[in-house]
Design a protein around this ligand. Sequence first.
Ligand SMILES: [Zn+2]
Ligand SMILES: [Zn+2]
Length: 295
Amino acid sequence: MPKADKEPHGLIGLSMPLPLESPASWLTRAALSQGETVAALLAHLNLSRIRDFDLAIASEAGRKVMAHCGLSEQFALATKIFGRLKGLGNTGANLLLATREGRPRARYCPHCLLAQRESYFEIHCRFVPWRFCPLHHCLLEDACPHCRHPVVLPFDMVLAGAKNSGVGYLSQCQSCAGALTAAQAVALDSLRLSDWDRTLLKNGRATLAALRDGVVCIDDQVATPLSNLKRLARMGALPMRADQLTADAARQTLAARAASERRPRSQGGTHIFLFGSKYLGKSGIGEEPSHGRSS
Ligand SMILES: [Zn+2]
Ligand SMILES: [Zn+2]
């Protein structure tokens, strides 16, 4: 008779987390590596009744299980970021992408998925304000280009696809099994972005730097408490709206521009402020901060 508090036994061939991988992305791949559903793997790890595995990683139970699996180090950054997010209460919850039904979802860069040896989703793909890929200078995609299904994480790879025959890669749509990499990415250079749009894009990226560092840096100099994210979101200084700076909206704009020859009205925004951008390197959030240094 198993004891209720018994430790889960070790798993053979469990997928290892990839660089900056989100916990929910890893869980999805890890379940496939065991030929199991996510629910079965969570039950084995004594982590059933988890609504959002990314947030659960920062809970006491999540930390214990990761330590048991020997993955604490790999998830140290995720634990820090999602832990700080939880500390922000409702503001933090609103920074995370979710479907209308409240299921955790992610955005993706088609170029990044195509370039990866093994497809996965990075931590920042979960965040509402993170709108563009700094490596490929394109807007992130919200849905499958074939069937418009969102990327909900985690999901059962063994049961995914049109006929529940399963998918082998996270670069495949969980609903139709089509290639997410087929999405025609919208290059930032193809858009007539106002200065304010560009500031919003950079502020969205800097939001992750703030969560990583535990401070909000205004104009790359003044470090203020993380709770300032709430004020910035309320002021509209973070791209929080669902219809704002999205690939689908941009495609519509480009199509309208192509259809008519009228120039769209320029918003002519002014640069109000920008925080934290200097802290972010090409790889996104994985670099050390450079407080006090000029770029
Ligand atoms: Zn990319
Ligand atoms: Zn699809």
